[in-house]
Design a binder for this molecule. Structure first.
Ligand SMILES: CC(C)(COP(=O)(O)OP(=O)(O)OC[C@H]1O[C@@H](n2cnc3c(N)ncnc32)[C@H](O)[C@@H]1OP(=O)(O)O)[C@@H](O)C(=O)NCCC(=O)NCCS
Length: 201
């Protein structure tokens, strides 16, 4: 596979500052698509992404193209430093949040997909979990019914990819997040389910 010229940046702490708006814009663009249908704003993005700048254990991986444009990114943060809406499902299930690395989003512009960045993003975040001595990695994905009216023809869910990476969907670990969908006047609640992988080494 030939992959166009690019650079990988692993960013932590205040190093994220110059990238915050670009990362917010990338998230808005990618999550506008099904299944997220997120009608985002940079204001919301800045408030959300500041967690990754302030958390001591967070890591953000960015991919830029030959013109230094941001084309893909992924984030992770120790669950203990993530927002309450992410921690609470684990507290309720009796899972020690201090042992979990929360994997935030992975986003790539459509023309940069299928080139191995999704795999690389898991590799780098799982290596980060090992460096921090964390025994579990987890992320959540929005729940949509199979007959959702906005589901594109031929849509292929990422479930098979996630399973191939050793993740298990855990229906008892559910979060409710709020965002505005295209066509909605205000934020509405969305159900998300966590996927979890435990590390024995
Ligand atoms: C998640 C995302 C970054 C993955 O990037 P990617 O460039 O497709 O990742 P890769 O090229 O490493 O492919 C990952 C694997 O998934 C498979 N895959 C690729 N596109 C897929 C799709 N649409 N559906 C299902 N599997 C897919 C690939 O075959 C590959 O498996 P393989 O390595 O065994 O061949 C990208 O799909 C994306 O931006 N999606 C939209 C945002 C999103 O839903 N993010 C996830 C939740 S935060």
């Amino acid at each position: 596979m030939t992959v166009a010229e690019h650079r990988i940046h692993e960013v932590t702490g205040t190093g994220l500052g110059p990238w915050l708006d670009g990362l917010g814009e990338l998230r808005i663009r990618v999550f506008r698509e099904y299944p997220y249908l997120y009608d985002g704003s940079l204001e919301y993005e800045r408030a959300y992404l500041i967690t990754y700048q302030e958390a001591r254990g967070a890591l953000v991986v960015l991919v830029t193209d030959a013109e230094d444009k941001l084309v893909a990114a992924t984030t992770c943060v120790p669950l203990s430093e993530a927002g309450a809406e992410f921690r609470e499902p684990f507290d309720r299930a009796g899972i020690d949040v201090s042992k979990v690395l929360y994997l935030g989003e992975s986003v790539a512009l459509p023309e940069w997909r299928g080139k191995g960045f999704g795999q690389l993003f898991f590799d780098l975040r799982e290596a980060h979990a090992r460096r921090l001595g964390l025994k579990m990695t987890a992320f959540c994905a929005v729940d949509r019914p199979p007959d959702h009216p906005m589901r594109p023809t031929g849509y292929r869910p990422l479930d098979g990819f996630w399973e191939s990476r050793g993740y298990e969907r855990r229906p008892e670990l559910r979060a409710v997040l709020h965002w505005k969908e295209a066509g909605e006047a205000d934020d509405t609640p969305k159900d998300l389910t966590f996927w979890l992988r435990s590390w024995t080494r």
